[in-house]
Each structure stands twice: as C-alpha cells, then as structure tokens.
Design a protein around this ligand. Structure first.
Ligand code: C5P
Length: 344
C-alpha cells in the first residue's frame, strides 16, 4: 500500500527581515497563508532491517537524493521514531520549484504525514511537538505546513503560531521564468545593512512590535459564520465591498510589505512590472493586495472575485508571463482533504 498527501503552496502576506544573526540566519516576521494549489507526495513504507529511501519525481529539477526535503524529513522522522523501513517517495510536481511558494518545504510535511499514515503512527502531544522540531531542522519554511491556514512566522520563520481562519480569496500566482536564490537574496539584504541604508527600523525591537501588529490585525479581522456560508462551492466569496479580505485589509493598513522586494526588484525590474499588473490599481480588477512571495520569483495578487483574477491573468499572458489561478486555503479546509484515497 502507499499513501498520497497533498502538498500545498504558501504565500507570504508580508515579510519583514531583521539584521543578520551570528547563526547565519535572519530574524523575521511574516504571515504565511496556505493556498489550494498543491503537489502530490506518495510514500510507501515496508518495515525492514535498515532504512533505505528511493525517491522519484515527474520533474527533472527535483533532487532525488538526500538533498530533497521530503527525504530529509522521512529519514529524521524514522530515526526519531526508532523505526527502520524500505521507503519509496514519489513527488508529483505541479508547483514551480524554488519559486518562493514553499513547495519543497510543503513536500517535506506531506511526506511526513503520508509516512505517519502508512506506518499508523499514533497521534500524541509529544509526537506533535517532536515533529515541529524535526520540521524546523529541515527548513525554516517547513513547520508552517504542520499548521496550515494563516500562520504567524517568527524567529527565522520556523516558530509558527496559528492565526484565526479567514474566508477564502481568489489568488493569481505569476511564475516568471527567473530563478532567485533565497540565501543570495538574504546576502543582498545584508549588503544594504552593511551600507547602513537600513536603520534601527529593522531591529529586533521593531520586529517584536511588528509581530504584535500582525497578530492584532489578524485577530481583529474576524469573520461572521454566515459570511463563510455565502462562499461558493470552491470556497470563494461573492464580490462585495467588505465581504472579502478583512484580514488582508487589516494587514494592508499595518503597512505590510515584503522586504525581499527591495533587493529582488533591483536585480529583476521586470518583476516589479508584474507586481504592478497584479495590483491593477485604479481598474475594476484592482487587487486587495499584490506582492512578491518569499524571495520570489513568484508574485501573487489577491482578488475579491474570479473574474478580476482571470482578467489580470490574461493581461499577464499577453506579456508572456505564466500565471495560475488558485485560492487561499483556510486551516479548516487544509486538514480534511490532506490525505488522498490510497493509490494501491
Ligand atoms: O532554513 P532554510 O534551509 O530554508 O534556509 C536556507 C538559507 O536561507 C539559510 O542557510 C540562510 O542562508 C537563509 N535564511 C536566513 N534567514 C532565515 C531563513 C533562511 O538567512 N530566517
């Protein structure tokens, strides 16, 4: 038997970066948001005397060895559980690799959840805490996928706190054919810091304050139950002045933005043009919010309705920029459909 898990994408609703730290990481504050768009990860595990892992993917750019986050996660989980098994992992890629959508990080969590189901690992508070620790060791963006929905990310991004669920919004994700290295983007950020262009604004105090502002904005943006009921079958809300986006509006009022835009747009000015198109300011398609996701190169726009998002997608396509339509995925929708029926 094998178990298949969905491996969702994430976007960052704002991302503020602090100064470099002695451990080589940067403190940051971000609000992650999971999306409906996903890869699929299938795991089979047969108890054996020693652990072996065989990983395949339909996408040539995916590493099929111990560099793969899904491989790392499964290997560490087996060690922590004191189990040995013959493992096969297949990653069916649909999301862009290294696009700032956390696809590799999501793959790690999907592989873990599929492994747990495959080996019937009992749920316990101790194991939940342990797997958050293991996820954080695999990558800063991994633990958020053990929460899902809207998630506050602190420290190096691995310290995660669930924020209140929000109704779904249409999301258009542009996937320009540009590669951005996350460690390099952080180094470029440091170069700004070295030049003292950045001031105490980005200090830890400011980040602390910002995390409270984010959490405050998110918890104020509660949504009456009847408005969830107004959503259509895909979970998307009907268009209306204040029916959609209270969270996003609350966050936008806090002045959220993605600090990576400063370094990434300087190197790839075309990306800021894509953001401008996604924002569609002053048109009927105007987005609630548009931004680079993570260090890019994916960018996204959030819209009240599908027609607006579709109109913007056509404009991007006319410029030769690929983009796909999806929607934000609240926690309440993230977990129930995580595991797919057995593929035999
Ligand atoms: O944790 P993850 O493996 O995703 O990080 C990849 C690299 O990105 C790190 O080695 C570090 O250079 C950089 N990074 C950082 N600060 C963070 C997260 C990542 O500098 N908060």
């Amino acid at each position: 038997m094998a178990v298949t898990a969905r491996s969702h994408a994430k976007i960052n609703l704002g991302l503020a970066i602090g100064a470099p730290r002695p451990d080589g990481f940067h403190s940051l504050v971000t609000a992650y948001q999971t999306l409906a768009a996903h890869d699929r990860v299938t795991v089979s595990a047969i108890p054996a005397e020693k652990t072996t892992i065989h990983l395949t993917s339909n996408e040539a750019g995916v590493p099929t060895d111990a560099r793969n986050t899904a491989w790392k996660m499964v290997e560490r989980a087996l060690l922590a559980l004191d189990l040995t098994a013959r493992i096969t992992i297949h990653i069916e890629k649909r999301l862009p690799v290294q696009g700032g959508l956390g696809a590799g990080s999501g793959n790690a969590v999907a592989a873990l959840l599929a492994l747990e189901a495959e080996l019937a690992i009992p749920d316990s508070a101790a194991w939940r805490a342990e797997r958050l620790r293991l996820a954080a060791a695999v990558g800063s963006d991994v633990p958020l996928f053990l929460i899902g929905g809207t998630v506050l990310g602190l420290d190096r991004g691995q310290q995660v706190f669930p924020l209140p669920d929000q109704p779904t919004l249409c999301c258009l994700v542009a996937t320009p054919a540009v590669g951005v290295s996350t460690p390099q983007a952080f180094r470029d950020w440091d170069a700004l810091w070295d030049d003292r262009e950045l001031t105490a604004e980005a200090s830890d105090d400011t980040l602390d304050q910002l995390s409270r502002v984010y959490a405050g904005a998110c918890s104020q943006a509660h949504f009456p139950r009847e408005m969830h009921a107004a959503a259509d079958s895909s979970g998307v809300l009907p268009a209306g002045p204040d029916l959609a986006g209270p969270l996003v509006s609350a966050l936008v009022r806090t002045g959220i933005g993605n600090d990576f835009e400063r370094v990434v747009f300087a190197q790839h000015p075309f990306l800021s043009e894509i953001k401008r198109l996604l924002a569609a300011v002053g048109t009927p398609e105007e987005s609630l919010y548009a931004s680079l996701s993570g260090s890019g190169s994916s960018l996204f726009g959030l819209y009240r309705g599908q027609e607006q998002a579709e109109a913007v997608r056509l404009r991007l396509r006319a410029l030769g920029v690929d983009a796909f339509l999806t929607h934000t995925l609240p926690r309440a929708a993230y977990w129930p459909e995580m595991l797919l029926p057995s593929s035999g």
